[in-house]
Design a protein. Structure first.
Length: 579
């Protein structure tokens, strides 16, 4: 269009030029001009039943698409309740540092301040939980604003040195109808430059090698920033004799059968380590904030290319600001031929106990008896799921109790869950997005019955868009982690923690999915096989309320004062007793 294009057309063409093939959204008049033009260009719109689910799907799509870290997930929402419905999902992406761009609609400029339809302070609401949030009111600023939103969402991967995360950008509907000469936006339609990877400083690498190769009990812990650095992690572990712990942010980077993996001995590894190498990982509550109460003997070496993963809570004796993959290779290369001082007997002892515990857990998963209510233990369900997985499977876990069991019981190739925010409701939309982004892989979404309720209607979205995921509901008729907390710590007064053993399979069948309700563990293998063959499908599995999850036993539900877990909290109080 030599004479120019509408701003809605400019936005649509920008998305097409950046390789966006899928947008997650719920229709509305404020964004209809963009929707119409983008759909005409071949962009696929996955129309959801609630805008929160659209952002969850964009979050997962950005994590799982062919080149994660190169393009953010894209969501759209109409003004007012459309945008405000996304707040929880945007907050989750913000805490998870997930690259998402949310395009919002806004009332026309002449009506602002007059009580316009669906007028609320959307930017003010979004600003604290995004990397940036703003309104574009001038058509001439649109190309630069789109490029800025894209770069900010990618964070360090976009080359600006910040954390990745969600960005909110909104357009008044009258701006979308304005026209812009082609010469003012044609440059914005050029492909973006490839992401830049920051190389390490030679002096920092030398200091890191000195620390790591002199440690006797080195521990490596990876996080989100280590994605794409799996080979480098394995090289470091092989070269040093360190032990390794992953987190839910980086599951699958190091194979479970690698001799450094000691996940079942997490507490002992953290307690004993004299050096911790953090690779792209924040020291948040899941790692005890790096406190000396949790890591009583350790120094820290930190590798990351974004500020939030390099220096939060506890500084490193060495902090390597670089792309983790480049830093890991540089460390191993510089140390070539140098013998590490790692205590092999310590590492081998941890590994042996890890293997023993893992074997006992496998046995429990196959044999755990039913509860007093006659329903199967969650481990029986997870054992059947684990047997049905292959190395390329994508597993999503959502809930309180069932997530706690799944996190230690399953060994998937790719894993997503409710994350550091503990955001229930991600299971179904993450499953939909995963199945669409990776159509050749098995996708299974495991949900507690409480968590399932947040976005249960999105199984309809899965069917309409042929997202071939299997959704499993672990149905124990309650919010069980809170229920056990109330029984244990509140004199048995159970309030607001009871649900019904509702028939979610009947709900799914009513919406057109293949679905089965299962009480007998022996029926699970066949049901899973049928579900994968007929996906999208749902299995409603009745599990006992009697089982107390690992997180329930650790006291996480009780929210201790200083640390998230009761044992860590006691250690922190003891450490602080002399203050």
């Amino acid at each position: 269009m030599a004479g120019g294009d509408t701003i809605a057309g400019v936005i649509a063409r920008f998305l097409e030029a950046r390789g966006v093939t899928t947008v997650f959204a719920l229709q509305g008049g404020h964004i209809q001009p963009i929707w119409d033009r983008a759909a005409a260009l071949g962009v696929r719109f996955v129309d959801v039943r609630d805008e929160r689910a659209a952002v969850h799907m964009a979050h997962a799509h950005g994590e799982l698409a062919a080149a994660p870290g190169v393009a953010p997930g894209i969501a759209m929402a109409a003004a007012g309740p459309g945008v405000t419905n996304t707040v929880t999902a945007i907050a989750n992406a913000h805490v998870a540092r997930a690259p998402v761009v949310l395009i919002g609609g806004a009332p026309p400029r002449p009506q602002v301040g007059l009580g316009a339809l669906q007028e609320v302070p959307q930017v003010a609401i979004m600003r604290p939980i995004t990397r940036a949030a703003w309104t574009v009111r001038d058509a001439r600023q649109v190309p630069a604003a789109l490029d800025r939103a894209w770069r900010l969402a990618l964070g360090g991967g976009g080359g600006d040195g910040g954390d990745p995360g969600p960005v909110y950008i909104e357009f008044p509907t009258d701006v979308l109808r304005e026209r812009l000469p082609e010469s003012l936006f044609e440059a914005a339609l050029a492909p973006p430059p490839p992401p830049r990877r920051r190389p390490p400083d030679g002096g920092e690498i030398t200091r890191a090698v000195a620390e790591i190769w002199s440690a006797e009990k080195p521990l490596v812990i990876s996080g989100r920033g280590a994605r794409g650095a799996g080979e480098g992690l394995v090289r470091l572990l092989d070269a040093t004799g360190a032990v390794y712990l992953d987190t839910q942010e980086s599951r699958g980077l190091v194979p479970d059968d690698h001799p450094a993996t000691v996940a079942a001995m997490r507490g002992a590894a953290m307690r004993d380590a004299d050096l911790v190498v953090l690779v792209g990982r924040r020291l948040d509550y899941q790692l005890g904030y790096g406190s000396p109460a949790v890591f009583p003997n350790a120094r820290f070496v930190r590798l990351a290319d974004v500020p939030g993963e390099l220096s939060d809570n506890r500084r490193g004796v060495v902090e390597v600001a670089a792309a983790p993959a480049l830093a890991l290779d540089a460390i191993v290369d510089e140390a070539a031929g140098r013998a590490p001082k790692a205590d092999r007997s310590w590492a081998e002892g941890l590994r042996a106990r890890h293997v023993e515990r893992a074997a006992k857990l496998k046995a429990r998963m196959a044999e755990e008896p039913a509860g007093s209510d006659g329903y199967m233990h969650p481990y029986r369900l997870l054992g059947a799921i684990d047997a049905a997985l292959d190395p390329d499977s994508i597993v999503i876990a959502d809930g309180g109790d069932i997530l706690s069991f799944a996190r230690i019981a399953l060994s998937p190739g790719t894993y997503l869950d409710a994350g550091a925010l503990g955001c229930l409701g991600v299971g179904v939309p993450f499953g939909v997005a995963a199945a669409l982004a990776c159509p050749g892989r098995k996708v299974i979404s495991i949900n507690g019955d409480g968590a399932f309720g947040f976005n249960a209607m999105e199984i309809d979205t899965a069917l309409r868009h042929d997202a071939r995921a299997v959704f499993v509901v672990a149905n124990n008729g309650g919010w069980n982690i809170e229920r056990h907390d109330q029984l244990t710590n509140y004199d048995g007064r159970v309030r607001g923690a009871e649900l019904r053993f509702s028939d979610y399979a009947a709900m799914a069948r009513a919406l057109g999915l293949h679905a089965e309700r299962i009480e007998d563990p022996a029926a699970l293998p066949g049901a899973l096989e049928r579900a994968f063959a007929k996906a999208p499908a749902l299995l409603d599995v009745l599990v006992t309320r009697d089982a107390v999850s690992p997180d329930g036993r650790s006291g996480l539900a009780g929210v201790p004062d200083l640390q998230p877990l009761e044992t860590w909290d006691a250690a922190e109080k003891n450490l602080n007793s002399g203050i």
